[in-house]
Design a protein around this ligand. Structure first.
Ligand SMILES: [Zn+2]
Length: 198
């Protein structure tokens, strides 16, 4: 089992899920669940961005430079969507990095039917960068197509900073997961209520 399998996948978009592979960003001890290139390749398969056999082949690369590129992209994606989720302008440098990686990804892609009546970017071959190409494409699709008004940052005070697309009907979702930060908040509310009663 990979360490990242213990993380909840709650983003609702590959780019957001990628940003969420650092857990507890707002705390003193954030945990990075993608410490090696092999883990990055395995995660891409886990999320469904690369098929399993291809990811296994990719994972045999020792590609520290590719990992650095991917993790830099991850920070840029986080900064852009974290700002959007908080109603702030997206940082220019981060936005430009996402654009640059998207340009590299689409330069390596081909356009192919997606099986549902449209075309999509598809990736082939054993270039190690293939592990992050679909993430750059997904992040730009979300940026250009939205719905950006549904992007939220987990409201947990403990510093979760998880990013997600709120697809609830009345846009009322506040937590990354109800049984994670949602429960923590509920416990805290109850404790406050108990304190106020006495
Ligand atoms: Zn959370």
């Amino acid at each position: 089992m990979h360490a990242f399998e213990s993380l909840d996948v709650f983003g609702g978009a590959a780019g957001l899920d990628f940003a969420n592979t650092v857990d507890g960003r707002g705390t003193d001890r954030p945990v990075d669940y993608l410490p090696t290139y092999a883990e990055l390749a395995a995660w891409s398969a886990y999320i469904g961005l690369v098929d399993t056999a291809d990811a296994e082949r990719l994972g045999r690369h020792d590609a520290p430079a590719t990992l650095r590129t991917a993790l830099s992209l991850r920070e840029a994606v986080f900064q852009v969507f974290h700002a959007i989720g908080q109603g702030r302008p997206a940082p220019v440098a981060a936005l430009d990095e996402v654009r640059q990686r998207y340009a590299e990804a689409t330069a390596a892609a081909r356009l192919a039917p997606d099986g549902a009546g449209a075309f999509t970017w598809q990736f082939e071959g054993d270039d190690p960068d293939r592990a992050w190409w679909p993430i750059a494409v997904d992040a730009v699709r979300l940026l250009t197509g939205g719905p950006l008004d549904r992007i939220k940052v987990c409201a947990a005070e403990a510093g979760c900073a998880g990013l997600f697309l709120d697809t609830s009907k009345n846009r009322s979702r506040r937590w990354c997961t109800m049984d994670g930060c949602g429960v923590d908040a509920k416990v805290k509310r109850q404790a406050t209520r108990r304190r106020n009663r006495t």
